[in-house]
Design a protein around this ligand. Structure first.
Ligand code: SAH
Length: 368
């Protein structure tokens, strides 16, 4: 198996149920992971800086559908304190994630990014939803290194159903990913596995799109229904035959992660919290053994963490950042892997698709 897997081959592997064949897939993904990104597991300290959101996504517990959720936004001081703690833990990256929050003002955040870059060795990753090109440019100029924006599904009809557009919006998430690349960000994206309405064919298209976009980071996790959302309540029911509907299971998530590793061998792939939520015992470890090389310990102060409820029952919700650090370090060592040092950027053996783009120049810029 190699990056040349066709869409039909990807689809047939997604449908594979034979235990022997699946075992081969896990082993191949693990080997490709070792050959291309090595045994180091890079840790990205996740800070969920706000749970305000202007959108009406039908899957996400932060959406405006969820009127019962108390909202918070961390102060600049709280963010900087937490970033310093992340640096003290020896993690190489801080990830600032939030709902699509208009209250996160561009200049305010640019100042925070600049301070983090000036006072810590951290790489800064942003995951703030669909923001304007001007804002994305400003944050890049302030020193942000990476941006995560999952396209969630490559099926445009399903995307509209789960992620209704806001008036006046012109750029698609895929357009924004391309813009991020030309601004010089390392670009991350991904999908949920098993969203109602997701077919095997469209999931194979998603994996093919990861390859076409030449993503630096790819996050995939199981869809977990949230009771205060239209999809979770079953108020919206996309019509797909049961034979075509992708299940939101642990095994299906591993298949997607393993196939993603095969088609994008150099990408940074996290073993996600959603996976750890559906298998608390060993989801993190199995993800790391079936293609993943990244973990994102939650470093949000616990009283806010409870409120960043994108789905219910999230793993690690009550732990302190210290407790997460030692638990994850122990899990990583237990499977014979090491903890990565430094920012853990994508290592390229192949030149970027568009070697002339601004991104190629920015990749060698001194701030990474
Ligand atoms: N506002 C940002 C960050 C959203 S949270 C953005 O839109 O990009 C990060 C990711 O959590 C989302 O991209 C989505 O893939 C995932 N997520 C949201 N709701 C989920 C659910 N119910 N089950 C599983 N994953 C979910």
């Amino acid at each position: 198996m190699n990056p040349e897997l066709t869409k039909s081959e990807i689809e047939s592997r997604l449908r594979q149920t034979d235990p022997g064949e699946l075992e081969k897939l896990w082993q191949t993904a693990d080997r490709v992971r070792r050959e291309h990104v090595g045994d180091a597991v890079h840790l990205r300290g996740l800070l969920e800086i706000s749970n305000y959101c202007r959108r009406w996504c039908t899957y996400c517990g932060l959406s405006r559908h969820n009127r019962s959720l108390p909202r918070y936004r961390m102060t600049a001081e709280e963010i900087l304190d937490a970033a310093r703690q992340i640096a003290a833990f020896g993690y190489g990256t801080v990830v600032l994630q939030a709902g699509e929050d208009d209250g996160i003002e561009a200049v305010w955040l640019a100042d925070i990014i600049r301070t983090i870059k000036q006072t810590t060795p951290l790489a800064v990753t942003l995951s703030l939803g669909e923001r304007s090109l001007e804002e994305l440019r400003l944050w890049r100029q302030a020193g942000a290194d990476r941006y995560l924006l999952r396209f969630e599904t490559s099926d445009p009809e399903l995307f509209r159903l789960i992620h209704p557009p806001l008036g006046g919006q012109t750029l698609s998430r895929i357009d924004i990913l391309r813009q991020l690349r030309s601004l010089g960000y390392e670009v991350g994206s991904g999908v949920m596995v098993g969203i109602p309405g997701q077919t095997y064919r469209s999931l194979a298209e998603d994996i093919d799109l990861f390859r076409q976009l030449d993503l630096d980071m790819i996050g995939v996790g199981p869809y977990i229904p949230h009771p205060h959302t239209p999809l979770g309540e079953g108020r919206i029911k996309p019509s797909v035959s049961p034979a075509e509907q992708v299940p939101n299971t642990e095994e299906m998530t591993y298949k997607v992660m393993a196939l993603t590793r095969l088609v994008c061998p150099e990408a940074n792939i996290p073993s996600t919290t959603a996976l750890a939520t559906i298998n608390r015992e060993s989801g993190r470890e199995l993800g790391l053994q079936r293609g993943a090389n990244i973990v994102m310990p939650n470093c949000t102060p616990p009283h806010y963490r409870q409120l960043y409820e994108i789905y219910p029952g999230k793993a690690c919700i009550n732990e302190t950042a210290q407790a997460c650090q030692s638990c994850l370090a122990q899990r990583i060592r237990s499977i014979g892997r090491t903890i990565g040092t430094g920012p853990g950027c994508r290592h390229r053996r192949t030149p970027p698709c568009d070697a002339q783009s601004e991104s190629a120049a920015a990749r060698s810029a001194p701030n990474r």
